[in-house]
Design a protein around this ligand. Sequence first.
Ligand code: PRP
Length: 207
Amino acid sequence: MRNINDLIDKAIELRNRGLRSGEIADELNISRETATWLLTRAKRESGVKAPEDIFVDWSMIGKSSSRLMLIATCMADMVEETLNELDTNVDVVVGVALSGVPLANIVAYQYGVELAVVHPGKHRYEEGKDQKETKATFSENYSSVRGKRCVIIDDVITTGSTAEETVKLIQDSGGEAVAMAVIIDKKGIESIGSVAVRSLVRVGRVG
Ligand SMILES: O=P(O)(O)OC[C@H]1O[C@H](OP(=O)(O)OP(=O)(O)O)[C@H](O)[C@@H]1O
């Protein structure tokens, strides 16, 4: 996708496939507000100011295992710097499904530590259910975090809610979240509570 019209076309295509605006937002790595604006603009309902958002398409990395490995290696290097700053270490790398998992797997391999996988609450949302009721969970097929120092790996932070629920889940599960690393942080956050957040690319707005 190269421009706003491509993005609008993609949003329409996803809506026509039956996705709701929240799901379209997730698919395009944009906020829900932006997804709604794209669909509104597609209906030529002009006059509504565009939300302050950017869209992220990192499929040029995601479709290539060698590029994923190189990017994850950069993330591991960034995490190492953060762990040194904090004078701590990592026992388990926590990948946030879906897109954080291939990156987390490589980071865990490089550190020689275990891999845990989180399913965000929004992935378990079902029509008719209260969204607040769908909590994030760990996959039983991967490591537990109890008693372990955790580094969280994901691709993108948009609103920060997935990052926050992952930190809370780790703490509620008896683990210690020490740092989080992403490729792109659209929110520009330094930390979630006491958990350091680092990104290879941090998006900031001028003015
Ligand atoms: O900061 P937030 O607003 O919470 O959004 C960020 C989350 O949204 C995306 O996941 P999503 O589940 O949409 O896609 P994925 O299944 O490809 O990871 C992304 O991978 C983050 O996990």
